[in-house]
Design a protein around this ligand. Structure first.
Ligand code: DX5
Ligand code: ZN
Length: 217
C-alpha cells in the first residue's frame, strides 16, 4: 500500500513559511495538515486562518484541516470556502456527527473523524461506513512533541479488522508522535497515512532527503 505523508504545519518554521512550503513541495509531501484549535475543545490555540489561506494558495497538493473545536458543524461551510480537500472533526464535540459528515461530503470534500486516545470504537461504530478518513490520535490532541500512547495500537488493529470484515472504504491516518519506527510498524498493519511533526520531519534535516526515506519504510 502506497503511504500518504502529511506535514503537520503547526510544526513548521513560521519565520519562513514560504520556504517551508517550497521545500515540502520539492520533497513531494502528499498532504499539508493544518491543525485548528479554539482554546476550548483543547487547551491551546492554532493555527491562523491566514496560515491556512497562504498554504492553500501556495500548493496544488491536498490540504486538510483537523478541527479541534467545539461544535464543528457550525464551521463546515466556513472551512469549505477556504478550499480544503479534507475536513476531520472530533465526533464527541458535535451533537449530530452523522449530519456533519453528510454536510462535509455534500460539499465534495472528504470527511474524516478524529478519535482521541480515550474515545472508544463503540461510540463511533455507526459512523464507520460513511467516512473517508479516520484520524487516529496517538497522543492527546492539542500539542506537538508528546509521547506516543501505545495503548492506542489496539484500536488501530480493530479498525483495520473492521475495515476488512465489513468492506469499509475509510483510510486510516495516525496523528501524534509518529516516528520513523512507528511508520514502519504501523504501515505493516494497514495504516495508510502518517502525520509528520517533530518526531519524524521538522527539525530533522532536509525534507527532500527525509520524505523519500520515510516512503520506503
Ligand atoms: C496535533 C498535531 C500533532 C503534532 C504531530 O493534531 O498534528 O500531533 O504536530 O507531531 P509530533 O507529535 O511528532 O510533534
Ligand atoms: Zn492534527
Amino acid at each position: 500500500m502506497e503511504k500518504m505523508l502529511f506535514a503537520s504545519m503547526m510544526c513548521a518554521d513560521y519565520g519562513s513559511l514560504k520556504d517551508e512550503v517550497k521545500a515540502l513541495e520539492s520533497a513531494e509531501i502528499d498532504v499539508y495538515h493544518v491543525d485548528i484549535m479554539d482554546g476550548s475543545y483543547v487547551p491551546n490555540f492554532g493555527m491562523g486562518l491566514q496560515d491556512l489561506e497562504y498554504i492553500r494558495k501556495a500548493t496544488k497538493k491536498l490540504v486538510d484541516v483537523h478541527l479541534m473545536i467545539e461544535n464543528p458543524s457550525r464551521y463546515v461551510d466556513f472551512f469549505a470556502a477556504k478550499g480544503v480537500d479534507i475536513i476531520y472533526f472530533h465526533p464527541e464535540a458535535d451533537v449530530h456527527p452523522a449530519r456533519t459528515i453528510d454536510s462535509i461530503r455534500g460539499k465534495n470534500i472528504k470527511a474524516g473523524i478524529a478519535l482521541n486516545p480515550g474515545t472508544s470504537l463503540e461510540f463511533v461504530k455507526p459512523l464507520l461506513g460513511i467516512v473517508d478518513y479516520i484520524l487516529v490520535m496517538t497522543v492527546n490532541p492539542g500539542f506537538a512533541g508528546q509521547k506516543y500512547l501505545e495503548y492506542v495500537n489496539e484500536k488501530i488493529e480493530e479498525l483495520v479488522e473492521l475495515k476488512e470484515k465489513k468492506g469499509y472504504t475509510y483510510e486510516l491516518v495516525v496523528d501524534g508522535a509518529i516516528s520513523p519506527e512507528k511508520i514502519s510498524e504501523l504501515s505493516k498493519v494497514g495504516v495508510k497515512g502518517f502525520v509528520l511533526g517533530t518526531s519524524a520531519l521538522f527539525g530533522k534535516g532536509k525534507y527532500e532527503e527525509i520524505i523519500p526515506e520515510l516512503k520506503k519504510l
